[in-house]
Ligand binder design. Sequence first.
Ligand code: DC
Length: 215
Amino acid sequence: MSMVIAVDGPTASGKGTLARRLAAHFGFAYLDTGSLYRAAALRLLRAGGDGSDVAAAVTAAQGIGPDDLADPALREEATGNMASRVAALQPVRDALFALQRDFAACPPAGLPGAVLDGRDIGTVVCPDARVKLFVIADVTARARRRHLELTGQGREVAYETVLRDLEARDARDSARASAPLARADDAVLIDTTKLDIEAAFSAALEACASRMDGS
Ligand code: DC
């Protein structure tokens, strides 16, 4: 059985950075499940879809290939916003479920474990994961990080716009009927509001050590 670490949390909480570092630390495979929803959204946008046609969104999700996951446009705000719309559609979630489950059960290259980050990994995709982390941070701290990241990439965007977008995305991800962002009962909470990356990583490692003990 593969050792699975599930890392869930809202946008810009630091979960992606933590998940990637945990995967490198343990020599596990890493899957950013948000990139699957982003890839579906990007395919849909490029096909001229607006998110209102469920069948078109499912077709986009079913067509995802390795090239889609490497597309730099995945990180654009328009893609992220459409991703949060298609992610609310249960048929789209169903279309992406097996891929995520298979990755967790049989990590690529025969690696002994997998780290998956997303919104519903600990609750829906891998409810039996050995380690579950739920990573949070105040919305203003997350907006500040996201704003820094975007301006660092040379994008001109106002902090207030980033904050508003984050709040709207949080609301959509948490309020949707299908697999909303939620902390699993057995997830360890890590609040990164006042933690730098090293402190957050230490907290994550400590949580992993306590759950992996005796494996
Ligand atoms: O983490 P991210 O911003 O790349 O995710 C993009 C969107 O996909 C986000 O609005 C939430 C959604 N998502 C989801 O519903 N379930 C996941 N497991 C991962 C992401």
